[in-house]
Design a protein around this ligand. Structure first.
Ligand code: FAD
Length: 279
C-alpha cells in the first residue's frame, strides 16, 4: 500500500505510549479511527534515539489492524550505522512508508550526528533502500522556527522533496491562508508532490499554547482570546475547538487540500467529531 494521496485522504498520527495503560488505550483509539478508513497511521520518533524502541513497538502494534503504518524517522543525533539498521529492520518487517525528519536534539544530548538536515536523510534512505519506501517529509506553512526567513525555508523544503520524497505533511496551523500560500509558493518552486495539511484538534489550551510556542505555530488572537476566556471550562474549550478546527478543515478541503493528517495525541474523540462535521 502507498502513502500517496488520490481523493480525500485522511491519516492519523500517534506517539509511542510509555505505560501499559497508555498502550491499551491507544489500541482502542486506533480501532475507533480505523473505522474512518485512513490512508495510513504514523508513529512519532523521539529525537536522539530516546524512544526508538518504543516507536518500533508501537508501529508493530498499530499496524496489526492491517492499515499501513509509517514510522517517523529522525536523523539528528544518530549515525548512519544506526539508521541503516533501523531501515533494514523496517524493511524486513514489511513496512513500506516512512516520515523522514531532521528532528530536534533534546538539550544536553550529544552531537548532531552524521546527517544534519532532512534532505540528507531522504538522500540516505534512497541510497540505502532505493524506492522501497514511500517517504513523507515535513512542511511549514508558517516557517520552521529556526529558518532565517520564509523563502529560505521554502527552498530547503523543495530541496528535501527533490531528494526523493513522495509527499509532504505540514506542521499544524489555524489559518488556512498560510497553507494555501505555502502550497502555491512550493508549486512555483517546482514541488509537485501532494502536500497534506497537518491538523491539531483543540482540546486543552495550556498544552496547545506550549506546543505552539515550541513549534512556531500561530494561534490567532481571536482563537487565543476565546480559549483563554474559558479558563478551566474544558467542555467549552472542546466545543469551540471543534467548531474552529472543523471550519478550518472544510476550508482546506474546499480549497483543494489533498488530505488531512490529524495529530491525534492518542485521542480519538476530538478528531472523530471534526470528521463528522465535514461534508
Ligand atoms: P529540516 O527540513 O532539516 O529543516 C530544519 C531547519 O533547517 C529549517 O529551518 C530549514 O529551513 C533548515 N534547513 C533544512 N535543510 C537545510 C540545508 N540543507 N541547509 C541549511 N538549512 C537547512 N520531531 C521529532 O523529533 N519526532 C517526530 O516524530 C516528529 N514528527 C513530525 C511530523 C511532522 C509532520 C512535522 C511537521 C514535524 C515533526 N517533528 C518531529 C518536528 C521536526 O522534527 C522539527 O520541526 C525539526 O526541528 C525539523 O525537522 P525537519 O525534518 O522539518 O527539518
Amino acid at each position: 500500500m502507498s502513502l500517496q494521496t488520490h481523493s480525500l485522504d485522511i491519516s492519523f498520527e500517534f506517539f509511542p505510549p510509555s505505560t501499559e495503560a497508555g498502550r491499551e488505550k491507544l489500541m482502542g483509539v486506533r480501532d475507533a479511527l480505523a473505522e474512518r478508513k485512513p490512508r495510513f497511521f504514523s508513529v512519532t520518533y523521539g529525537a536522539g534515539g530516546s524512544t526508538q524502541a518504543r516507536t518500533t513497538q508501537t508501529v508493530k502494534a498499530v499496524r496489526e489492524c492491517g492499515i499501513e503504518t509509517a514510522p517517523h524517522l529522525s536523523c539528528i543525533g544518530s549515525d548512519k550505522g544506526e539508521l541503516r539498521e533501523l531501515l533494514a529492520h523496517y524493511r524486513e518487517v514489511g513496512i513500506s512508508s516512512l516520515v523522514a525528519l531532521r528532528g530536534d536534539l533534546p538539550s544536553g544530548m550529544g552531537g548532531i550526528g552524521e546527517l544534519r538536515y532532512a534532505n540528507e536523510l531522504v538522500e540516505f534512505i534512497r541510497e540505502e533502500t532505493g524506492n522501497h519506501f514511500e517517504i513523507a517529509v515535513a512542511g511549514y506553512p508558517e516557517s520552521h522556527p529556526q529558518a532565517p526567513n520564509f523563502e529560505k525555508d521554502l527552498e530547503n523544503f523543495a530541496r528535501k522533496v527533490n531528494a526523493g520524497a513522495n509527499l509532504a505533511i505540514t506542521q499544524y496551523f489555524f489559518n488556512a491562508e498560510a497553507y494555501f500560500h505555502f502550497v502555491e509558493r512550493a508549486r512555483r518552486l517546482g514541488v509537485e508532490v501532494p502536500i497534506i495539511a497537518g491538523i491539531m484538534p483543540i482540546t486543552n489550551y495550556t498544552k496547545l499554547a506550549r506546543f505552539s510556542d515550541a513549534c512556531g505555530a500561530d494561534i490567532p488572537r481571536w482563537i487565543r482570546k476565546q480559549l483563554e476566556a474559558y479558563g478551566d471550562d474544558g467542555e467549552s474549550i472542546r466545543a469551540f475547538g471543534e467548531e474552529v478546527v472543523s471550519r478550518l478543515c472544510q476550508q482546506l478541503l474546499d480549497g483543494g487540500a489533498p488530505g488531512l493528517h490529524f495529530y491525534t495525541l492518542n485521542q480519538a474523540d476530538a478528531t472523530l467529531k471534526v470528521l463528522d462535521n465535514l461534508s
